[in-house]
Design a protein around this ligand. Sequence first.
Ligand code: TXA
Ligand code: MG
Length: 314
Amino acid sequence: MAITTDIDGAVQLLQNSGLVALPTETVYGLGANAMDAIAIAKVFKTKNRPSFDPLIVHVASIDQAHKVAELNEAALELFERFSPGPLTLVLPKKDSVPDIVTSGHSTVAIRIPDHPMTLKVIRKSHLCIAAPSANPFGYTSPTTAAHVQEQLGGKIDAILDGGPCGVGLESTILDLSGVPRVLRLGGLALEELEPVLGILEVQTSSSNPNAPGMLSAHYNPGARVRLFSNKKELIDSYYAVDNSKTGVLIMGQGLEGLAIFNLSESENIIEAASRLFTGLRILSAKGYTEIWAHKLPDKGLGRAINDRLIRAAN
Ligand code: TXA
Ligand code: MG
Protein backbone atom coordinates (compact mmCIF):
# COMPACT_ATOMS: atom_id res chain seq x y z
CA MET A 1 0.00 0.00 0.00
CA ALA A 2 1.10 3.50 -0.73
CA ILE A 3 2.78 5.85 1.66
CA THR A 4 0.28 8.51 2.79
CA THR A 5 -0.16 11.53 5.07
CA ASP A 6 -3.94 11.03 5.34
CA ILE A 7 -4.67 10.89 9.07
CA ASP A 8 -8.43 10.30 8.67
CA GLY A 9 -7.75 7.44 6.27
CA ALA A 10 -5.39 5.86 8.79
CA VAL A 11 -8.04 6.23 11.52
CA GLN A 12 -10.62 4.48 9.38
CA LEU A 13 -8.33 1.59 8.56
CA LEU A 14 -7.42 1.09 12.23
CA GLN A 15 -11.10 1.16 13.23
CA ASN A 16 -11.71 -1.64 10.72
CA SER A 17 -9.03 -4.10 11.88
CA GLY A 18 -6.45 -2.67 9.46
CA LEU A 19 -2.68 -2.50 9.93
CA VAL A 20 -1.12 0.94 9.58
CA ALA A 21 2.56 1.78 10.01
CA LEU A 22 2.78 4.88 12.20
CA PRO A 23 5.60 7.36 12.80
CA THR A 24 6.90 7.85 16.32
CA GLU A 25 9.89 9.76 17.65
CA THR A 26 11.78 6.47 18.18
CA VAL A 27 11.07 4.16 15.21
CA TYR A 28 8.06 3.43 12.98
CA GLY A 29 5.50 1.11 14.58
CA LEU A 30 3.16 -1.39 12.96
CA GLY A 31 -0.10 -0.18 14.46
CA ALA A 32 -3.38 -2.01 15.11
CA ASN A 33 -6.33 -1.61 17.48
CA ALA A 34 -5.06 -3.09 20.77
CA MET A 35 -8.54 -4.29 21.76
CA ASP A 36 -9.09 -6.14 18.45
CA ALA A 37 -7.61 -9.63 18.79
CA ILE A 38 -8.04 -10.33 15.08
CA ALA A 39 -6.07 -7.25 14.06
CA ILE A 40 -3.37 -8.14 16.60
CA ALA A 41 -3.09 -11.67 15.23
CA LYS A 42 -2.41 -10.08 11.83
CA VAL A 43 0.38 -7.99 13.36
CA PHE A 44 2.16 -11.11 14.66
CA LYS A 45 1.71 -12.89 11.34
CA THR A 46 2.86 -9.94 9.21
CA LYS A 47 6.03 -9.48 11.28
CA ASN A 48 6.63 -13.19 11.57
CA ARG A 49 6.85 -12.50 15.28
CA PRO A 50 6.74 -15.34 17.81
CA SER A 51 3.56 -15.28 19.89
CA PHE A 52 5.57 -15.18 23.15
CA ASP A 53 6.85 -11.68 22.40
CA PRO A 54 4.31 -9.12 23.71
CA LEU A 55 3.48 -5.75 22.10
CA ILE A 56 3.64 -2.18 23.40
CA VAL A 57 0.30 -0.37 23.65
CA HIS A 58 0.42 3.29 22.59
CA VAL A 59 -1.90 5.85 24.17
CA ALA A 60 -2.20 9.63 23.81
CA SER A 61 -2.53 10.63 27.47
CA ILE A 62 -2.21 9.48 31.06
CA ASP A 63 -6.03 9.39 31.21
CA GLN A 64 -6.09 6.90 28.37
CA ALA A 65 -3.29 4.86 29.99
CA HIS A 66 -5.64 4.17 32.92
CA LYS A 67 -7.86 2.22 30.51
CA VAL A 68 -5.23 -0.44 29.92
CA ALA A 69 -2.96 -0.49 32.99
CA GLU A 70 -2.88 -0.01 36.76
CA LEU A 71 -0.69 3.06 37.17
CA ASN A 72 1.20 3.33 40.46
CA GLU A 73 2.73 6.53 41.84
CA ALA A 74 6.09 6.02 40.17
CA ALA A 75 4.38 5.46 36.81
CA LEU A 76 2.38 8.66 37.15
CA GLU A 77 5.45 10.66 38.08
CA LEU A 78 7.53 9.25 35.22
CA PHE A 79 4.80 9.73 32.61
CA GLU A 80 4.22 13.28 33.79
CA ARG A 81 7.93 14.01 33.51
CA PHE A 82 8.96 12.15 30.36
CA SER A 83 5.86 11.67 28.22
CA PRO A 84 5.14 12.01 25.46
CA GLY A 85 8.59 10.51 24.91
CA PRO A 86 10.76 7.42 24.47
CA LEU A 87 9.75 5.69 27.71
CA THR A 88 7.70 2.47 27.93
CA LEU A 89 6.41 1.31 31.32
CA VAL A 90 5.47 -2.28 32.16
CA LEU A 91 2.55 -2.32 34.60
CA PRO A 92 -0.20 -4.69 35.74
CA LYS A 93 -2.71 -4.92 32.90
CA LYS A 94 -6.44 -4.32 32.98
CA ASP A 95 -8.78 -7.10 31.85
CA SER A 96 -9.79 -5.06 28.80
CA VAL A 97 -6.45 -5.86 27.11
CA PRO A 98 -6.62 -9.12 25.12
CA ASP A 99 -4.10 -11.78 26.16
CA ILE A 100 -2.68 -11.94 22.65
CA VAL A 101 -1.30 -8.39 23.09
CA THR A 102 0.62 -9.29 26.26
CA SER A 103 1.45 -12.88 25.24
CA GLY A 104 -0.49 -14.05 28.25
CA HIS A 105 1.48 -11.96 30.76
CA SER A 106 -0.40 -10.23 33.58
CA THR A 107 1.48 -7.03 32.71
CA VAL A 108 1.17 -4.66 29.76
CA ALA A 109 3.79 -2.35 28.24
CA ILE A 110 2.49 1.15 27.52
CA ARG A 111 3.89 4.37 26.15
CA ILE A 112 2.86 7.82 24.94
CA PRO A 113 4.75 8.41 21.68
CA ASP A 114 5.98 11.91 20.87
CA HIS A 115 4.80 12.37 17.30
CA PRO A 116 1.99 14.79 16.41
CA MET A 117 0.54 12.65 13.60
CA THR A 118 0.33 9.47 15.64
CA LEU A 119 -1.06 11.33 18.66
CA LYS A 120 -3.74 12.70 16.31
CA VAL A 121 -4.53 9.22 15.00
CA ILE A 122 -4.91 7.88 18.55
CA ARG A 123 -7.11 10.79 19.65
CA LYS A 124 -9.32 10.79 16.55
CA SER A 125 -9.79 7.02 16.54
CA HIS A 126 -10.35 6.78 20.33
CA LEU A 127 -8.27 3.60 20.12
CA CYS A 128 -5.31 2.31 22.09
CA ILE A 129 -2.80 1.24 19.44
CA ALA A 130 -0.60 -1.81 19.83
CA ALA A 131 2.53 -1.32 17.74
CA PRO A 132 5.73 -3.30 17.54
CA SER A 133 8.52 -1.82 15.44
CA ALA A 134 7.46 -2.07 11.78
CA ASN A 135 10.11 -4.56 10.62
CA PRO A 136 10.10 -8.30 10.07
CA PHE A 137 11.08 -10.05 13.31
CA GLY A 138 14.84 -10.03 13.89
CA TYR A 139 15.68 -7.21 11.47
CA THR A 140 16.66 -3.57 11.88
CA SER A 141 13.88 -1.20 13.00
CA PRO A 142 12.64 1.35 10.43
CA THR A 143 13.26 5.07 10.96
CA THR A 144 11.64 6.32 7.73
CA ALA A 145 8.44 5.48 5.84
CA ALA A 146 10.59 4.21 2.96
CA HIS A 147 12.27 1.67 5.30
CA VAL A 148 8.82 0.29 6.18
CA GLN A 149 7.86 0.18 2.52
CA GLU A 150 10.99 -1.85 1.68
CA GLN A 151 10.36 -4.48 4.32
CA LEU A 152 6.58 -4.70 4.82
CA GLY A 153 5.12 -2.62 1.98
CA GLY A 154 3.11 -5.33 0.28
CA LYS A 155 1.68 -6.74 3.49
CA ILE A 156 0.02 -3.83 5.29
CA ASP A 157 -2.86 -1.43 4.63
CA ALA A 158 -1.04 1.92 4.82
CA ILE A 159 2.13 3.67 5.89
CA LEU A 160 1.59 7.07 7.50
CA ASP A 161 4.59 9.21 6.60
CA GLY A 162 5.69 11.47 9.45
CA GLY A 163 9.25 12.02 8.22
CA PRO A 164 12.42 10.53 9.67
CA CYS A 165 12.27 9.56 13.37
CA GLY A 166 14.02 12.12 15.57
CA VAL A 167 15.37 9.75 18.24
CA GLY A 168 16.06 6.75 16.00
CA LEU A 169 16.36 4.14 18.79
CA GLU A 170 13.45 2.26 20.36
CA SER A 171 12.03 3.41 23.68
CA THR A 172 13.61 2.58 27.02
CA ILE A 173 11.51 -0.13 28.73
CA LEU A 174 11.13 0.10 32.49
CA ASP A 175 9.29 -2.61 34.43
CA LEU A 176 7.41 -1.01 37.31
CA SER A 177 5.28 -4.06 38.14
CA GLY A 178 7.72 -4.96 40.95
CA VAL A 179 11.12 -3.60 41.94
CA PRO A 180 11.90 -1.16 39.09
CA ARG A 181 14.07 -2.78 36.40
CA VAL A 182 15.19 -1.62 33.00
CA LEU A 183 14.30 -4.29 30.42
CA ARG A 184 15.58 -2.43 27.35
CA LEU A 185 18.05 0.44 27.04
CA GLY A 186 16.66 2.97 24.62
CA GLY A 187 15.92 6.55 23.69
CA LEU A 188 15.58 7.82 27.27
CA ALA A 189 18.97 7.58 29.02
CA LEU A 190 19.39 5.92 32.42
CA GLU A 191 20.90 9.18 33.60
CA GLU A 192 17.44 10.77 33.17
CA LEU A 193 15.60 8.05 35.09
CA GLU A 194 17.96 7.48 37.99
CA PRO A 195 17.54 10.90 39.63
CA VAL A 196 13.83 10.00 39.96
CA LEU A 197 14.06 6.32 40.91
CA GLY A 198 17.56 5.83 42.33
CA ILE A 199 20.10 3.42 40.84
CA LEU A 200 18.29 1.02 38.54
CA GLU A 201 18.83 -2.63 37.88
CA VAL A 202 19.39 -3.24 34.17
CA GLN A 203 18.27 -6.68 33.05
CA THR A 204 18.31 -6.78 29.28
CA SER A 205 19.72 -10.23 28.56
CA SER A 206 17.85 -12.62 26.29
CA SER A 207 17.56 -15.13 29.12
CA ASN A 208 15.19 -12.86 31.00
CA PRO A 209 11.69 -14.28 30.59
CA ASN A 210 10.26 -10.91 31.57
CA ALA A 211 11.64 -9.27 28.45
CA PRO A 212 10.90 -12.00 25.97
CA GLY A 213 11.61 -9.78 22.99
CA MET A 214 15.17 -9.03 23.94
CA LEU A 215 16.65 -11.90 21.98
CA SER A 216 20.38 -11.59 21.60
CA ALA A 217 20.40 -11.91 17.81
CA HIS A 218 18.36 -8.97 16.56
CA TYR A 219 18.74 -5.89 14.39
CA ASN A 220 20.09 -7.95 11.48
CA PRO A 221 20.89 -5.45 8.70
CA GLY A 222 21.59 -8.13 6.07
CA ALA A 223 25.38 -8.02 6.39
CA ARG A 224 27.74 -9.49 8.98
CA VAL A 225 28.38 -6.93 11.70
CA ARG A 226 31.70 -6.87 13.53
CA LEU A 227 32.03 -4.72 16.62
CA PHE A 228 35.37 -3.31 17.85
CA SER A 229 35.88 -2.16 21.41
CA ASN A 230 37.05 1.27 20.27
CA LYS A 231 37.66 3.39 17.18
CA LYS A 232 41.46 2.98 17.14
CA GLU A 233 41.18 -0.80 17.04
CA LEU A 234 38.75 -0.57 14.15
CA ILE A 235 40.95 1.78 12.13
CA ASP A 236 44.10 -0.29 12.70
CA SER A 237 42.31 -3.46 11.57
CA TYR A 238 40.76 -1.69 8.57
CA TYR A 239 44.19 -0.92 7.12
CA ALA A 240 45.56 -4.36 8.00
CA VAL A 241 43.24 -6.42 5.77
CA ASP A 242 41.59 -6.40 2.33
CA ASN A 243 38.74 -4.01 3.13
CA SER A 244 37.04 -3.88 -0.28
CA LYS A 245 33.92 -5.69 1.00
CA THR A 246 33.78 -3.81 4.30
CA GLY A 247 31.58 -0.83 5.14
CA VAL A 248 32.27 1.13 8.31
CA LEU A 249 30.11 2.98 10.82
CA ILE A 250 32.33 5.51 12.53
CA MET A 251 31.82 8.26 15.10
CA GLY A 252 33.84 11.42 14.38
CA GLN A 253 37.11 11.72 12.44
CA GLY A 254 39.43 8.88 11.40
CA LEU A 255 38.25 7.32 8.13
CA GLU A 256 36.69 8.79 5.01
CA GLY A 257 35.38 7.48 1.72
CA LEU A 258 32.45 5.79 0.04
CA ALA A 259 32.54 2.81 2.40
CA ILE A 260 32.43 5.00 5.52
CA PHE A 261 29.17 6.13 7.14
CA ASN A 262 29.78 8.79 9.77
CA LEU A 263 27.26 8.59 12.64
CA SER A 264 28.17 12.12 13.66
CA GLU A 265 31.16 14.11 12.45
CA SER A 266 30.93 16.33 15.53
CA GLU A 267 30.55 13.26 17.80
CA ASN A 268 27.09 14.34 18.88
CA ILE A 269 25.48 11.32 20.54
CA ILE A 270 21.90 12.39 19.75
CA GLU A 271 22.73 12.69 16.06
CA ALA A 272 24.57 9.35 16.18
CA ALA A 273 21.54 7.57 17.69
CA SER A 274 19.22 9.01 15.05
CA ARG A 275 21.51 7.82 12.21
CA LEU A 276 22.46 4.35 13.51
CA PHE A 277 19.79 2.20 11.84
CA THR A 278 19.93 4.24 8.62
CA GLY A 279 23.70 3.72 8.53
CA LEU A 280 23.35 -0.05 8.89
CA ARG A 281 20.77 -0.10 6.10
CA ILE A 282 22.73 2.13 3.71
CA LEU A 283 25.97 0.15 4.03
CA SER A 284 24.11 -3.13 3.58
CA ALA A 285 22.25 -1.75 0.52
CA LYS A 286 25.60 -0.72 -1.00
CA GLY A 287 26.50 -4.39 -1.02
CA TYR A 288 29.13 -4.55 1.72
CA THR A 289 29.07 -8.04 3.16
CA GLU A 290 30.71 -6.90 6.39
CA ILE A 291 29.87 -3.84 8.43
CA TRP A 292 32.41 -2.78 11.02
CA ALA A 293 31.48 -0.56 13.93
CA HIS A 294 33.07 0.47 17.21
CA LYS A 295 31.65 0.83 20.67
CA LEU A 296 30.94 4.27 22.08
CA PRO A 297 31.55 5.32 25.68
CA ASP A 298 29.01 3.46 27.86
CA LYS A 299 27.02 6.45 29.05
CA GLY A 300 23.86 8.31 28.03
CA LEU A 301 22.52 7.17 24.65
CA GLY A 302 25.89 5.49 24.03
CA ARG A 303 24.67 2.61 26.18
CA ALA A 304 21.63 1.99 23.97
CA ILE A 305 23.69 2.36 20.77
CA ASN A 306 26.21 -0.22 22.08
CA ASP A 307 23.34 -2.54 23.01
CA ARG A 308 21.97 -2.44 19.43
CA LEU A 309 25.43 -2.92 17.90
CA ILE A 310 26.13 -5.93 20.15
CA ARG A 311 22.82 -7.52 19.11
CA ALA A 312 23.41 -6.71 15.43
CA ALA A 313 26.86 -8.35 15.69
CA ASN A 314 25.50 -11.53 17.29
O1 TXA B 1 10.11 2.71 20.57
C1 TXA B 1 9.42 1.71 20.67
O2 TXA B 1 9.20 1.16 21.75
C2 TXA B 1 8.80 1.16 19.38
C3 TXA B 1 7.77 2.18 18.88
C4 TXA B 1 7.02 1.69 17.68
O3 TXA B 1 6.91 2.52 19.93
N1 TXA B 1 8.21 -0.12 19.59
C5 TXA B 1 8.95 -1.24 19.79
O4 TXA B 1 8.20 -2.39 19.89
O5 TXA B 1 10.15 -1.24 19.85
P1 TXA B 1 8.83 -3.85 19.78
O6 TXA B 1 7.66 -4.74 19.71
O7 TXA B 1 9.79 -3.92 18.68
O8 TXA B 1 9.53 -4.08 21.14
C6 TXA B 1 8.73 -4.19 22.30
C7 TXA B 1 9.50 -4.82 23.40
C8 TXA B 1 9.76 -6.28 23.20
O9 TXA B 1 11.11 -6.54 23.56
C9 TXA B 1 8.81 -6.96 24.18
O10 TXA B 1 9.30 -8.17 24.65
C10 TXA B 1 8.72 -5.93 25.27
O11 TXA B 1 8.69 -4.71 24.58
N2 TXA B 1 7.47 -6.05 26.04
C11 TXA B 1 6.21 -5.82 25.62
N3 TXA B 1 5.31 -6.10 26.59
C12 TXA B 1 6.01 -6.51 27.65
C13 TXA B 1 5.66 -6.96 28.97
N4 TXA B 1 4.40 -7.03 29.37
N5 TXA B 1 6.67 -7.31 29.79
C14 TXA B 1 7.95 -7.23 29.38
N6 TXA B 1 8.37 -6.84 28.17
C15 TXA B 1 7.41 -6.48 27.31
MG1 MG C 1 11.28 -4.44 17.49
